[in-house]
Structures are given as structure tokens and as C-alpha cells.
Design a protein around this ligand. Structure first.
Ligand code: SF4
Length: 382
């Protein structure tokens, strides 16, 4: 698992409480372009003239005299050219964007109006507008040729018009990017807000919205918010009326798997016009660890429900993907819809996987799953 945030060994010359820098390894960068960039010291001679230097301990002695610098430990060695990081005066370091990764997401807020049993980013009641401002700046630093980006929370739409402004900002700076927003969808029940969202006219924007059950009471229980199902479904209907791309996301756990085929029927009969359905394995992080007894079920135990549900969705012509599952724990008939999906920075394999002949096709496990228990039914392909 990659360490995306942590503490620097030391920092020198950071003037603001917190600042963002784009990293470069290009030692011959023209001098005017060196401003606002941090030189990432790897091999070779170290050029002068950069605002800041990111250095690992072994090269500290080679820095230009008096250079502003941040000294990192080896866990940050994965950092590379065109990455964007945040540096704090107190030594806090956060990786905000990795140019070589297809799994970049910007955390827009930790506030949420749902309180899901399995939330991986437990909500906080704090004013975190600084995250929105940080996102605005990160967008300006991301390479123009970047192909995809996610926006997550919390619930990004709680920022209202400022969220819409961020989407416009992304469209202006990164007009070719494929953008995916995670939202509980409730805010889109407000037709006026849905219209503002549609008015951005982003050419490649999809919103992923969770629906956990065809039974409103069950959905509301999973998200711990009375009336959420009704708002979410109205939100989806508004978005599709306005021609927006919508993905339905279902996290699979003890509270959702037994009635999964019924949910598949519900989606197929009532929401046939959505663009994608994602059936997703459970990540053992955040609230999931606190609610493990209520949530954890070995994927081997719901193979049949998963197969049935995929068959229903396929039969209605719905584009369907199965994410975040070990390949040996799904039935073979699910394979056409199986996607290796766990983000690279939190993806691991179990020791038992070593001899498996299909490891390269398998999505493996969340690192948190490896640490906190995983299926006893793993069976390496021979
Ligand atoms: S045994 Fe093979 S298929 Fe199963 S989880 Fe490990 S790598 Fe994936």
C-alpha cells in the first residue's frame, strides 16, 4: 500500500501554513518555468533555481546552499514527475495527484448528509471549504493530458453552487478529461440544482450514485438517513431527464446481498436508462470496521446471488461491472462483467495467491482486507 500522506523528516522555507507544489524531475526546465515547481531529487546533478526541493536523506548534502526543501523518508520514493503534493509548515505531506496512476481522486469534503454503515470516509461536521479551494488549485496543476479523474467526499454536492463552479473550472482547465463524481444523489432531487449541474455541459461527466436496496426502508437503514431512498431515486430521475450520465453503485455486504436480485429487477424495470451498474465488494475501512458483524460476509457465500443479479441486468441490456472482488470468489458466468478495479495504491494479494495462474487477471484485495481478515475460500487457479 502506498503512503499517500504522512510527516516529512524536516521542512525548510515553507512560507504559508500549507502549500501545493507540482513536482518535476526535468533538470533542464527553462528558468522561468521553475517557479511554482518543486524539483524532485532522484539521480544526477541537482539544478539550481527551483522554488523548492523534495529530497530523500541520502541526497540532502547535494542540495544548493540555502535551498528551501522538504526531506522525505523512503516511503515516498514512488513520487514522480508531474505529481502534485501538499506540504505543510508543520511537516504534513499529502499526495494529491500521481501522474502515472489511472486512479486519481480529489477528496472534496468530509461532510455528508448520509451516515452509511460502511462509509470508508466517515463524515465530519466541520467547515472544510479549504478542501474545495485546494481542489481548485490542484486542477490548475494537473497535466492537461490527464485522461481521468474522480471527485469524492463526503458528499460533494453539499457545496452547492461552489461544487458547480468546480465542475466548470475542471471543464475549462482539463477539457478532455473523463470525470467521475461520487454522490449520494439526494441533492439532485432539487430540479433547479440538477439543471445547474446539467448546464455545465461537461463532455465526459458521470455521477456514481449508490442504491442499496429496492426496499426504501432497507436503503435508508444502510445509509442511516430517513427519506434518503426517495430523494436519491428522484435525483437519478432528474439527472436522466436532463440527459446526464448516471452510474448506480451497490456495495455488497450482509445488508444488501440477500435481496440483490430483487434490486437488479428494480433497476432493470424502473431505471433501465442508467448508463452503468457497478456491483462492488466491501472495503474494510472507516465505519466498516466498527460495524463488521453487521456487514461482513464472505464473497464466496453470495456467489449465487451475484450471478443471478448479473444475469438479470445483462438480460435487460444494462452495462454492468463487478468491482473489488477476488476472481476465484465469483462464479465463472460473472467473468464477462468482472473488472480489476481496486486502486493501485491500496491493492494487495494474499500469501495464498502466490501460485495462482490467473493472478494477472485478478483484482486481488484491498490492503485493509488483507490486514483485517479476508475470505477463507480463496482457491488459486492451477
Ligand atoms: S488465488 Fe488467484 S484468483 Fe484468488 S484472489 Fe488470489 S490471485 Fe486472485
Amino acid at each position: 500500500m502506498l503512503k499517500l500522506f504522512g510527516k516529512a523528516i524536516s521542512v525548510e522555507g515553507i512560507q504559508a501554513h500549507r502549500m501545493q507544489v507540482s513536482l518535476t524531475t526535468q533538470s533542464n526546465l527553462p528558468v522561468p518555468l521553475r517557479q511554482g515547481k518543486a524539483y524532485l531529487v532522484k539521480d544526477g546533478t541537482i539544478p539550481p533555481g527551483f522554488d523548492h526541493y523534495i529530497v530523500f536523506e541520502t541526497r540532502l548534502k547535494d542540495l544548493p546552499e540555502g535551498a528551501a526543501c522538504t526531506v522525505l523518508d523512503a516511503e515516498f520514493l514512488y513520487l514522480d514527475d508531474q505529481d502534485v503534493i501538499s506540504l505543510g509548515q508543520d511537516g504534513h505531506v499529502r499526495s494529491l495527484f500521481r501522474a502515472n496512476s489511472p486512479h486519481n481522486s480529489i477528496l472534496l469534503t468530509e461532510q455528508c448528509n448520509n451516515y452509511c454503515l460502511m462509509c470508508s470516509q466517515p463524515p465530519k461536521r466541520v467547515d472544510d471549504h479549504w478542501l474545495l479551494n485546494e481542489a481548485m488549485e490542484t486542477i490548475r496543476r494537473i497535466p492537461r493530458e490527464t485522461e481521468s479523474l474522480g471527485i469524492t467526499g463526503g458528499e460533494p454536492t453539499l457545496f452547492g453552487d461552489n461544487f458547480i463552479a468546480l465542475l466548470r473550472h475542471i471543464k475549462n482547465w482539463l477539457p478532455r478529461i473523463s470525470l467521475h463524481v461520487l454522490s449520494n444523489g439526494r441533492r439532485f432531487a432539487d430540479a433547479e440544482f440538477a439543471e445547474k449541474y446539467a448546464s455545465v455541459q461537461h463532455p465526459d461527466l458521470m455521477v456514481g450514485i449508490p442504491v442499496y436496496s429496492a426496499d426504501p426502508a432497507r436503503h435508508d437503514y444502510v445509509v442511516q438517513a430517513h427519506g434518503a431512498f426517495d430523494e436519491t431515486i428522484r435525483g437519478i430521475l432528474n439527472l436522466k431527464r436532463l440527459g446526464q450520465k448516471v452510474e448506480i453503485r451497490v456495495v455488497l455486504h450482509k445488508q444488501t446481498v440477500s435481496a440483490l436480485p430483487e434490486l437488479a429487477e428494480f433497476i432493470a424495470r424502473n431505471l433501465l436508462f442508467v448508463d452503468h451498474v457497478a456491483l462492488m465488494g466491501l472495503e474494510m475501512t472507516g465505519f466498516t470496521r466498527a460495524n463488521l458483524d453487521a456487514l461482513w460476509i464472505d464473497p464466496a457465500e453470495y456467489r449465487q446471488e451475484l450471478s443471478r443479479s448479473v444475469r438479470i441486468l445483462r438480460a435487460y441490456g444494462l452495462k454492468t461491472s463487478v468491482y473489488n472482488h477476488p476472481l476465484c470468489l465469483v462464479n465463472r458466468d460473472v467473468e464477462p462483467n468482472y473488472v480489476k478495479s481496486i486502486s493501485d495504491w491500496k491493492n494487495e494479494f494474499a500469501q495464498e495467491c502466490a501460485p495462482c495462474t490467473r493472478k494477472s487477471e485478478c483484482g486481488g484485495f484491498f490492503s485493509s482486507g488483507i490486514q483485517h481478515g479476508y475470505s477463507q475460500s480463496i482457491s488459486p487457479f492451477q
